[in-house]
Design a protein around this ligand. Structure first.
Ligand code: SAH
Length: 218
């Protein structure tokens, strides 16, 4: 499948809708204008790719809806060349948007099947993210500290280890909660794990961030 005029037209409309909903970050809007979201979905979902809805991907997971991707990306308040850690690669769409914003992206996925498919997809599409199979709760200490961290699954609480891997004045955007979550933006003010500023941005709904216990302790 390619990026036809029809898809490009739908994408312009999607970006216009994001503007109308108050997304004003031009770097985010430009990136979302560039990245062909339909190529991150099964072909049969192609016609819904530019509607503002989450859609199923492999392993019972979902690709976040465009307004959520735009909102989280804008909350990151990132500058080009910054080092960003993403937890929950999924389809790779959010990863690609971050790459298109000029960021250096490190992304972790814990489901092998998704990891394999998405790693190839991103490579074929020439997005230069570094992909990892592993547990996002652990982060990537050997590649940190990061300027920005974005979590794209609902975490029961803010993972301390990830705060540790954030640079001072770094920002983390994370949905926190159980079945429903609240979007939280954390600014790391100093060295201590408690030296953080928390800003709240309302309710949201993500698939859960799974830990060891969800897999029977394996
Ligand atoms: N950013 C993705 C959203 C995918 S849904 C996209 O745009 O498509 C969230 C993803 O988080 C799922 O793929 C799920 O497998 C993954 N996930 C859940 N818990 C995780 C963990 N502890 N570590 C890494 N990935 C995790």
């Amino acid at each position: 499948m390619d990026d036809s005029f029809k898809h490009q037209g739908w994408r312009c409309q999607m970006v216009q809708n994001l503007r109308n909903r108050g997304i004003a970050d031009e770097r985010v809007l430009h990136a979302m204008q560039e990245v062909p979201r339909h190529l991150f979905l099964e072909t049969m979902l192609d016609y819904m790719a530019y509607e503002d809805r989450a859609l199923p991907i492999k392993c019972g997971q979902t690709i976040s809806q465009p307004s959520t991707v735009a909102f989280q990306s804008a909350l990151l308040d990132a500058q080009p060349e910054m080092k960003v850690l993403e937890v929950g690669t999924g389809s790779g769409y959010q990863t690609a948007v971050l790459c298109a914003m000029g960021l250096r992206v490190f992304t972790i996925e814990r489901q092998k099947e998704l990891y394999d498919v998405t790693k190839n997809r991103l490579k074929q599409m020439k997005y230069r993210a570094k992909t990892f199979l592993g547990d996002g709760y652990k982060g990537l200490p050997e590649y940190g500290p990061f300027d920005r961290i974005i979590i794209t699954c609902g975490a029961p609480e803010v993972p301390e280890e990830l705060v540790r891997q954030l640079k001072t004045s770094g920002v983390m955007v994370i949905p926190v909660g159980g079945e429903h979550q609240e979007m939280i933006r954390i600014v790391k003010m100093g060295d201590g794990p408690d030296d953080i500023l928390e800003q709240r941005y309302g309710d949201c709904k993500f698939v859960p961030m799974l830990g060891k216990l969800d897999y029977g302790g394996r």
